[in-house]
Each structure stands twice: as structure tokens, then as C-alpha cells.
Design a protein. Structure first.
Length: 351
């Protein structure tokens, strides 16, 4: 079965084609970073309008690269949530329109399930069961994954997500948008040991996270250093604070991930989502898990950000697992999107 997938949950328009036997055939992605940079963050209305402009050209591009015509597609998949309501509606309406016109099933996919399964797009593939660290946008969660559609929440952030902590701290330091990657680049020039930043719940008995106090601590230190500071010294201070922030976030993610493996008795950790591209996190987790005789799995860097490949692939996984009622979806094209959507609610059969 060939599945055409659409991703439009926030500020990336992604389209891909996945074959349930051959795997990923082609994918294309357009990022809106340049457009939103002027505003210092994502403007939902602009995001929706840009998705409308990009989705059809990207679809044509992907089909051409795959050597397929629209009539060669057997099913359509789309991100149904969570995300920005207007942005989600663009991808959902295009997907449902294509499916209705061709008499095909349109498969709604949970955005986080797409991220969670994305490491299976590359080799080596992790086998079930495994622990998943989801660090995507506004989400930071630890999940036990026993199979496709079989997800158990182990712990999550009680306030800011790790990605939000990166972005908000970067904004405090005047690093612009998108903040997370900018902060990580600057951190390479800094001394993480200069500032002692908080690591809430680092040693707690549970598997939850907390990052809300981190940006406040950075703000206090930054304001203190700015009083009478020389420009050259402030430049180094900014780099040191960036490094300390990154270290604090990575410490929490590594510690809780290790605790999750120990509490479940599992030896495979899948890391997915945008923060999964962070070099320091990858290196620290790799070294720590090696000492535990455990293995960390990361998606390729191109699939860490939001993308259509993970949505089409998640749909393919659901089809293979028998979690898609194809006839029911092919016969019904009424749809809704879910700006807020618990992953556990998406675990059943899609019909």
C-alpha cells in the first residue's frame, strides 16, 4: 500500500510517500522559519496561510520524485493533532479532499506518534518494547512502547517542555528565533561550569520533569551580569549562560531516561522530536547508556523536525498492525482536528 502523508501542525509543511513494503519513497519539507523570524515566534494565521501556498507544490514534487501519479496512491494520512488549529485544518482538509476524490481512506495520525515511530525509518531499527523520550516542541514525555498503538505514559514535564526551556532562555539572552538551535550553537563557545543553574526534580523518585525555574534563574544571572559589564565580557557571559542552560536541560533528560530504563528493566531508548537533534544530548545519552549495556536510537537529523515522512510512516505502521479500518475510513470523509490530544486517546483502531 502506498500512503501519501501530510504534516502541517505548526510551522513546517511536510509531504511524503511511504510504501508499506518498500518504505519511504520520497519526501519534501518547507520550513517557515524565515517568515516567523521577523516576529520572534510562530504567528498562527501566517502559518496557516503559508501551508495553503506550499502543500500542493510539495505534493507534486514528492509524487514526481517517487515516480508516481496521484492515481497510484492507495491511502492518505494527515496530522490530526496536536498543534495549531488553523494549521492542522489545512493538512487535514487537503488530505480528506484527495481521499474523497479518489475514493481512498484518509488516516488521522497523532503528531507525537509520528515522532515516536520516526527512529524506525533508519537502521538499525529498535525492536519493541522500548522506552521513548519524546522531546518535541511543547512536549517532554517518557513513554513505554510495547508496539504500534501500545503506549504507556511513564512521566512528563509539569510545566515548560525542554524545547520551550531552550527557546525561552534563548529569547532572554537576545538570541532571536528559532532560539533552541541558536542557544546550542552559542553554548559550544561557553563554560557550562561558570553558573550553577537549578535542575528541579533531578533526584525525585518519579519520572517527571520541571523546567519552569530555569529561565528565571538565567534571567536573574543575566540581569546581574549586565550591570556595568563590558561588551566583550558580556559576550562570553552570554555563551557561558547558554552552555549552563544546555547542561541543565540535558542533565535532566539523561537522568530521567536512565531511571526509566532501570524502572522498566528495558535496554532500548528511542529519542524523538526536535530536541533529539541536540548534539550534547546525543553524546551524553550514548556514553551513559553504553555503561548500562543499553542502546540509544535517534531518528536521522532530517526527521527530528516535523515532517511528512513520519506521518506517512506512522500510518503505514498502523496499517500493518491492523489498527486502521480501511473500508470505514474510505466511506467517511467527515473530519475534525485536535489542537490538544492525549497520545493515549489515539492508541485504538482508526475508523
Amino acid at each position: 500500500m502506498r500512503i501519501l502523508g501530510f504534516e502541517s501542525s505548526c510551522d513546517e509543511t511536510g509531504v511524503a510517500v511511504v510504501d508499506t513494503r518498500q518504505g519511504l519513497l520520497a519526501h519534501a519539507l518547507h520550513s517557515q522559519v524565515a517568515m516567523h523570524e521577523h516576529y520572534g515566534g510562530v504567528v498562527p494565521e501566517l502559518a496557516s496561510r503559508d501551508h495553503i501556498q506550499r502543500v500542493i507544490p510539495l505534493t507534486r514534487q514528492v509524487l514526481a520524485e517517487a515516480g508516481l501519479a496521484l492515481g497510484d496512491i492507495d491511502a492518505v494520512a494527515y496530522t490530526a493533532g496536536p498543534g495549531l488549529a488553523g494549521a492542522l485544518l489545512v493538512g487535514a482538509s487537503v488530505a480528506q479532499s484527495v481521499a474523497w476524490a479518489l475514493g481512498l481512506p484518509a488516516i488521522p495520525i497523532h503528531h507525537l506518534e509520528g515522532h515516536l515511530l520516526s527512529p524506525l525509518l533508519a537502521e538499525p531499527r529498535p525492536e519493541f518494547p522500548f522506552v521513548a523520550l519524546l522531546v518535541s516542541g511543547g512536549h517532554t514525555q517518557l513513554m513505554r512502547v510495547d508496539g504500534v498503538g501500545q503506549y504507556t505514559l511513564l512521566g512528563e514535564t509539569l510545566d515548560d517542555a525542554a524545547g520551550e526551556a531552550f527557546d525561552k532562555t534563548a529569547k532572554l539572552l537576545g538570541l532571536g528565533y528559532p532560539g533552541g538551535p541558536a542557544l546550542s550553537r552559542l553554548a559550544e563557545q561557553g563554560d557550562a561550569s561558570r553558573f550553577k543553574l537549578p535542575r528541579p526534580k533531578l533526584h525525585s523518585d518519579d519520572l517527571d520533569f520541571s523546567f519552569s525555574g530555569l529561565k528565571t534563574a538565567v534571567l536573574v544571572q543575566w540581569q546581574k551580569q549586565q550591570q556595568g559589564g563590558e561588551s566583550e565580557a558580556l559576550a562570553q557571559t552570554r555563551a557561558d549562560l547558554a552552555a549552563a542552560t544546555e547542561a541543565a536541560i540535558v542533565d535532566a533528560l539523561v537522568a530521567k531516561s536512565v531511571k526509566a530504563l532501570e524502572s522498566t528493566g528495558l535496554r532500548r531508548l528511542v529519542v524523538a522530536g526536535g530536541v533529539g537533534a541536540n548534539r550534547v544530548l546525543r553524546e551524553r545519552l550514548g556514553r551513559r547508556l553504553q555503561r548500562l549495556a543499553a542502546q540509544a536510537y535517534f531518528p536521522p537529523l532530517e526527521f527530528c523536525t516535523d515532517n511528512g515522512a513520519m506521518i506517512a510512516f506512522a500510518a503505514a505502521c498502523r496499517v500493518r498492525a491492523g489498527l486502521v479500518d480501511v473500508p470505514a475510513l474510505a466511506a467517511r470523509h467527515a473530519f475534525s482536528v485536535h489542537p490538544r490530544w492525549d497520545l493515549a486517546e489515539a492508541s485504538g483502531v482508526a475508523a
